[in-house]
Design a protein around this ligand. Structure first.
Ligand SMILES: Cc1cc2nc3c(=O)[nH]c(=O)nc-3n(C[C@H](O)[C@H](O)[C@H](O)COP(=O)(O)OP(=O)(O)OC[C@H]3O[C@@H](n4cnc5c(N)ncnc54)[C@H](O)[C@@H]3O)c2cc1C
Length: 433
């Protein structure tokens, strides 16, 4: 049995950014992660030779101001890498459609249908409409089904048709002019997870699926599959909605009921590296198939490497490993032996639908005043920045529920500290290169 101020369930960016804020405020934090590696959708595969590629999230923008604050506070300012712009390309079966970005969209659209529908953009409102209803009305149903729909589904790696139209894209007010518009981190975005996990006051335990949360004294007891028990004054659930619903059932049935109304879906990722000379496809692409067994493919060339290229294919669920490999080798004109560093990952993602905002509002209403936080990519939005923003506001809401530490000898090992300025070294963080 262990006792911490805060237990976080789920070691993705939501859980770790919550842990960061709690630890910075001097609280002791235990993060319990189901899989063998923390990071969730932030998953960078690193080869022994130092080459890396992403299985999940790949791009951050200079509008991710809250994420950047964490990156800098963890001493990673010098690790920010500018990404070479990625081109949107379409695949028709195994054929790469000529043209990129807006050009390829205009090439593929039926102009007659577009001309008939596009005037509807004036006065079109997203409220109460799905992505398919809103965008289908503007480009026409056939253009939507064969061009725009596949493109919009490639972004969240799942069918976006039933998403609330207002949730897919977000314009953010602030941009950091001192940071490249589109960036990643040296070694991949996993570097942010690794650095957060090393912060003083945070203990991350992987391979620890949590099975139960119950009330204990004035706080909670959290139990893992292996039978371990951890007690804390504050618990944060930072898992996909189905896991959150299961975990909250006993301690907060009304929260569990709301969480269970959010559906989730699975994306199966196949990623691998290939020697540069073996690949004929152009570099730095976001590949959208018009109709295929995968939603999208991302090339790793946004941070170029002279010897290697890498691809991540995000497949619909239901195929075997061999079928996925067969699909990508045929498409790329490669043999199975050409694929190196092959890695696969199964990710559970939320599938928000109309009425999602009301569910989030109900969760917030039911958790008001309780030392229980529900976090994740199903609140503000799917992006990394949305996750970090939610985690910070939830920490601010529950912070007063665990007694503030009295000084540097407190369990967190430090009294409450502001975020560091970028020049300040962070104890425990080793700078590479
Ligand atoms: C293929 C892909 C590409 C993306 N690209 C981008 C991008 O370029 N830019 C961007 O901003 N966003 C991108 N996103 C979205 C973004 O990465 C995610 O929304 C975000 O990282 C989710 O973080 P999270 O912590 O909320 O959830 P997750 O990352 O899903 O983490 C939840 C964690 O909870 C753990 N867990 C679940 N149940 C339990 C349990 N019972 N006990 C313990 N642990 C449990 C899981 O194992 C997981 O590690 C992408 C997502 C995907 C899948």
């Amino acid at each position: 049995m262990s006792r911490h101020d805060v237990v976080v369930i789920g070691g993705g960016i939501s859980g770790l950014s919550f842990a960061f804020h709690a630890a910075r405020a001097g609280r002791s934090v235990l993060v319990l992660e189901r899989s063998e590696r923390a990071g969730g959708c932030l998953a960078s595969h690193r080869s022994a030779g130092g080459y890396w590629f992403e299985l999940g999230a790949h791009t951050c923008y200079n509008s991710y101001v809250s994420f950047l604050e964490l990156v800098e506070a963890c001493g990673l300012r010098g690790e920010i890498l500018r990404r070479v712009p990625t081109k949107l390309r379409f695949l028709d079966g195994d054929r790469l459609v000529p043209g990129a970005n807006l050009g390829v969209l205009l090439r593929l659209f039926s102009w007659g249908e577009l001309a008939l529908h596009v005037p509807r953009v004036f006065g079109a409102r997203k409220d109460g409409k799905t992505v398919e209803e809103f965008y289908g009305a503007i480009v026409g149903p056939r253009n939507y089904a064969t061009v725009l729909g596949p493109m919009l589904s490639a972004v969240p790696s799942q069918s976006a048709d039933a998403f609330p139209a207002g949730m897919l894209f977000k314009s953010r007010a602030t941009r950091r002019k001192d940071v490249p518009r589109s960036f990643t981190l040296r070694g991949g975005l996993q570097a942010a997870i690794d650095a957060l996990a090393r912060q003083p006051g945070i203990v991350v335990e992987t391979g620890r699926p949590v099975t139960k949360v119950s009330a204990s004294g004035s706080g909670f007891a959290v139990e893992t599959e292996g039978g371990e028990r951890h007690e804390a004054g504050v618990v944060a659930v930072a898992t996909p909605p189905s896991s959150a619903a299961a975990l909250l059932g006993e301690v907060a049935p009304e929260l569990a009921a709301e969480a269970s109304r959010v559906k989730d879906t699975v994306v199966e990722t196949l990623a691998f590296a290939v020697r540069t000379e073996k690949v004929r496809l152009p570099v730095s692409m976001f590949l959208v198939p018009r109709s295929d067994s995968f939603y999208s493919a991302v090339t790793r060339d946004s941070v170029p490497d002279p010897d290697w290229r890498a691809f991540s294919f995000h497949f619909r669920p239901g195929l075997s490993s061999a079928e996925r490999v067969a699909r990508v080798t045929r498409l790329l004109g490669l043999s199975q032996a050409d694929l190196e560093e092959v890695v696969e990952k199964r990710t559970v993602l939320p599938s928000p639908a109309l009425g999602h905002e009301a569910i989030v509002a109900a969760i917030d209403r039911h958790s008001a005043g309780r030392p229980l936080a529900v976090l994740g990519n199903w609140f503000g939005g799917l992006s990394i920045e949305d996750c970090v923003v939610r985690s910070r506001s939830e920490w601010e809401r529950v912070a007063s529920k665990v007694e503030a530490p009295s000084g540097p000898g407190s369990p967190g090992g430090a009294a409450a500290r502001p975020l560091l300025r970028e020049e300040e070294p962070v104890p425990g963080v080793v700078r590479e290169g």
